[in-house]
Design a binder for this molecule. Structure first.
Ligand code: C2E
Ligand code: CA
Ligand code: CA
Ligand code: CA
Length: 274
């Protein structure tokens, strides 16, 4: 039996591929990252159509002690699968609100939420508690969500979003255009604004159908009383096109990269003072 055991062990060991093992150990490390102060938030500015800085989006950063920076596109899905996203998301929300209360200019802060946080059913109470604790007015908090979960859990999601909106926070539909649902369907949800996905913005200059899609999104949003933000603005040409089409807010490397909190007060916007 012992031999068989060892044999089985030897048989499976090489079969468990490196990727899976690496992932397991990364998952373990992420659990410690919060206590070990390896997590930080960076903040990326959003400008309105008159080039006034209005909001900073909080973006999570993890610097692993030996592996260095790990991109959120790698560790967020991991945190979602392991359930760690709940603790992580709470940390992000609290840290973002605490940071924003120190901004004398009154900028809003936008926080990304995972569908798992919404479907837990406890977000409205948590948001209210963190707003009370930090003293941040609800009007200065925006919550960014992707449409994915809305289609699959429409009833639960709607209930949670309505409750969140009643707190006075603004709800933003992130990565718009990458999913399958139509804008008229999504209008059933209490969103204040939508963010046109970066992939459309990147194709604006070279692809007339991308231009037509963005145009259609913007004009339909107006009819539905939704504001429109464009993310991923990297060139002046994209910036001009989006402004000409009537985009309310713009965000992207051209206008400002995500930065640590300490850099915010030294930040010089592309278009001078605001
Ligand atoms: P997202 O919410 O769509 O965030 C925008 C991403 O695009 C950010 O990447 C940002 O750095 C990047 N970006 C901004 N402007 C430009 C640009 O002009 N060009 C290009 N090429 N990229 C630009 P990041 O920080 O790596 O985040 C990736 C994704 O990870 C986010 O996408 C979001 O889905 C997720 N994420 C980040 N922080 C959090 C968090 O605190 N909670 C949750 N649930 N998800 C988060
Ligand atoms: Ca976002
Ligand atoms: Ca986005
Ligand atoms: Ca995205």
């Amino acid at each position: 039996a012992k031999e068989l055991g060892r044999g089985v062990h030897c048989f499976f060991e090489p079969g468990m591929d490196m990727a899976l093992r690496k992932r397991r150990s990364l998952e373990r490390d992420l659990r410690h990252a919060m206590q070990e102060n390896e997590l930080t938030l960076h903040f990326q500015p959003l400008f309105d159509s008159s080039q006034t800085l209005v909001t900073f989006e909080a973006l999570l950063r993890w610097t692993h002690p030996t592996l260095g920076p790990i991109p959120p596109t790698e560790f967020i899905p991991m945190a979602e699968e392991s359930g760690l996203i709940l603790a992580l998301g709470e940390w992000v929300l609290r840290t973002a609100c605490r940071t924003a209360i120190g901004w004398q200019e009154g900028y809003r802060v936008a926080v990304n939420l995972s569908p798992i946080q919404i479907l837990r059913g406890t977000m409205p109470a948590l948001v209210q508690a963190i707003l009370n604790e930090t003293g941040l007015p609800s009007s200065r908090l925006e919550l960014e969500l992707t449409e994915g979960m809305l289609i699959h859990n429409a009833e639960e999601a709607l209930e949670q979003l309505v409750a969140l909106r009643q707190l006075g926070v603004r709800l933003v539909l992130d990565d718009f255009g990458t999913g399958y649902s139509s804008l008229s369907y999504l209008h059933r949800f209490p969103f204040d604004k939508l963010k046109v996905d970066r992939t459309f913005v990147q194709r604006l200059e070279s692809d007339s159908s991308a231009r037509a899609i963005v145009n259609a999104i913007i004009s339909m949003s107006k009819n539905l009383n939704l504001e429109v933000t464009a993310e991923g603005v990297e060139t002046l040409a994209q910036f001009e096109m989006l402004r000409a089409q009537g985009c309310h807010e713009l965000q992207g490397f051209l206008l400002g990269r995500p930065m640590p909190e300490t850099e915010i007060r030294h930040f010089q916007p592309l278009f001078g003072s605001q």
